[in-house]
Design a protein around this ligand. Sequence first.
Ligand code: PLP
Length: 382
Amino acid sequence: MQRIYLDHNATTRPHPAVIDEMVACLKDSFGNPSSIHAFGQDARRVLDRARQRVADLLGAEPEEVVFTSGGTEADNQAILAAARGLSSRGRHVVTSAVEHQAVLHPCRHLEELGHRVTYVPVDRDGLVAPEAVAAALQGDTVLVSLMLANNDVGTLQPVAEVAALARARGILVHSDAVQALGKVPVDVRALGVDLLSISAHKLQGPKGAGALFVRRGVTLPALLHGGHHERNRRAGTENVPAIAGFGRACALAREELSARSDRARRLRDRLEQGILGAVPLASRNGGGEGRLPNTSNLSFEGLDAETLLLNLDLLGVAVSTGAACSSESKRPSHVLMAMGRSAEEARSSLRFSVGEENDEGQIDRAIDAVKQVIDSLGPCTR
Ligand code: PLP
């Protein structure tokens, strides 16, 4: 049985060129990039090249890229370090109700430390209104954090508009672009953000590497303390092989972005229309055009999503009930709940996220598998 992977928002298969780059680095450039001898300088060159490639994909300068262990660390640094660094100016943070846990949990931690956080609500498509963000700003707001693309439903947020109104009031702006990178254009200047988080494993890079864009002129305290790595912004010997792979993944994404996104949209639409056409119980969660090209979140009225997922897995089709990080908690998706769905509706929802390894034949087989599972479950499970 050929397995069909439709969970690319959880993670992606590393691109063969990424693997080659990483293996070459492990074999030939094992030095510590902070060492001044030739071995170290060789690893430093690998790091510099990767930094340039990541910066090029973001429209940033290489010095504005701080390598981290992934998206979670980048989000934590953006939120916790910014709030700490700015606490003499104010202790209020604004974010949205549909952020990833990597943003929501640091925000909760800030609340435990005595900061105030406003969670701006969203509409039925998962969209934040810039006016609602404007209304949430207070005299002592120091940070606004709004994700660029939602991981569960794919909704693209109006980050550029929100950044303009926040920065006009001298407020720092962060965006979690972990799901957006490699799927839609991400240009830090066009967005007007001060801080932006990304992660390698969402765009055919390896796990364990990510980055925080820190706009030149913004002073952000470190979260990890130790050596002087990353210009004193993140201590710890860099994960050079993973970062090399990350750089390669970014270079590939830059070359292929529009072709990849057109292809993903075609496959996603075929899948979505195929399921919605064949399964009367199915309905879509989240916006039409204003969402990631690869993501489709569907509710199956009266059915338990986990049962669907497990049965699809038996047929070799891998999908998700939501963010991989929250799949161990049985709670319904906070994103769908914030979008006004009931807990029952949220518990009947599956996320399909297509990617580079899928083709039309796989999509058609996945549609058949969904039909087969729903037919086999029968009315007693509804
Ligand atoms: N932010 C978003 C929107 C995500 O989807 C994820 C991962 O699912 C993260 C942050 C965390 O990234 P990482 O897995 O690299 O820690």
